[in-house]
Design a protein around this ligand. Structure first.
Ligand code: ZN
Length: 81
């Protein structure tokens, strides 16, 4: 394969990668502490509390669906140590 052919193939590859990953792209949740100093996962769309976190919990790449009846959006939870 010549260099020109390799360069010509790059945009196609990028497009394919984008299409393949678009289904797994979600906005990430954030964490908020309540008055008892317990961290909660918060929906990034409506701000509703989803569930409390245990101390030292690690969640990676987990998709959750919001419990809010008017929201029901899916979002990504990433917690590391
Ligand atoms: Zn929500």
């Amino acid at each position: 394969m010549s260099i020109t052919e390799i360069i010509n193939n790059i945009p196609n590859r990028k497009l394919n990668n984008h299409l393949n990953t678009s289904d797994s792209f979600y906005i990430e949740s954030y964490t908020m502490y309540d008055k008892y100093n317990i961290p909660w996962i918060i929906c990034p769309f409506c701000g509703k509390r989803q569930f409390p976190l245990s101390k030292g919990a690690v969640i990676k790449g987990q998709v959750f669906k919001c419990k809010g009846s008017n929201c029901k959006q899916k979002f990504m939870v990433n917690l590391e140590g």
